[in-house]
Design a protein around this ligand. Structure first.
Ligand code: HEM
Length: 165
C-alpha cells in the first residue's frame, strides 16, 4: 500500500511537470522570434532546449515508468486504462513533435513553422482533459468499440505460461 502511495505521488508530481512543459514550450515557440536580437534568440533557444532535455523529458519518463508499475501493482487490466494508454500515446507523439519544433528553430530560424504551436497546444489540452476524465471517472468503456481482429485470439505463441489476470 505504501509503495502504491509512493508511486502514485511520483506519478502525479512528474506528470504535472510533463504536462506543464507540453503547454509552456509551444507557448514559448508560438511568438514571432524572427526580429529578436541574436542574444535574446540564443537565450530563448537554450531555455527551450534545456527545459526539454533536462526537465520535461525526464519527468515524462518517470511519470510513464511509475504509471506502468502502478498498472501491475493494482492489477488494472481494464478497458478504461487501455483507452487512457492510447491517449497517452498521442501525448507522447506531441512530446516528440515539440522536440522537433525546438530543433527546427535552432537549425533554421527563418523557416521554422511556428504557426503549428497553437494546434499542438489545443491538442495537448484536449488529450490531458480526456486522460483525466478516464482516470478519475473510470468509465465502463465497452469492448465492442474495438475492431473484430482485436477481439479474437490470433493463435500466436505466448511468451508466458499464464497471462496476467
Ligand atoms: C504511460 C503513461 C501512464 C500510465 C501507464 C499511467 C498509469 C496510471 C495508473 C496505473 C494509475 C493508478 C490508477 C488507480 O489507482 O486507480 C494512474 C493514476 C493517475 N494517472 Fe496515470 N498513467 C499514465 C499517464 C498519465 C497522464 C499523462 C496523466 C494526466 C494527464 C495521468 C493522470 C493520472 C492521475 C490524475 C492519476 C490518479 C488517479 C486516482 O488515483 O484517482 N496519468 N495512472
Amino acid at each position: 500500500m505504501t509503495l502504491v502511495l509512493a508511486l502514485k505521488t511520483i506519478h502525479i508530481t512528474t506528470l504535472i511537470i510533463w504536462c506543464a512543459g507540453l503547454l509552456a514550450l509551444p507557448l514559448l515557440l508560438a511568438g514571432d522570434h524572427r526580429n529578436l536580437a541574436q542574444s535574446d534568440y540564443t537565450r530563448l533557444r537554450l531555455t527551450l532546449q534545456n527545459g526539454y532535455i533536462a526537465v520535461i523529458t525526464p519527468a515524462a519518463v518517470i511519470a510513464v515508468t511509475a504509471g506502468t508499475a502502478l498498472i501491475f501493482l493494482r492489477g488494472l487490466y481494464v478497458p478504461w486504462m487501455f483507452a487512457k494508454l492510447v491517449m497517452v500515446g498521442f501525448l507522447v507523439g506531441l512530446h516528440g513533435l515539440t522536440g522537433h519544433a525546438i530543433i527546427a528553430i535552432g537549425e533554421a530560424p527563418g523557416e521554422a513553422q511556428l504557426n503549428l504551436a497553437i494546434p499542438r497546444l489545443v491538442a495537448a489540452v484536449l488529450l490531458m482533459a480526456i486522460i483525466l476524465l478516464l482516470v478519475l471517472a473510470k468509465p465502463d468503456v465497452p469492448l465492442t468499440l474495438l475492431p473484430d481482429w482485436l477481439q479474437q485470439p490470433l493463435g500466436l505463441q505466448s511468451p508466458f505460461e499464464a497471462v496476467p489476470m
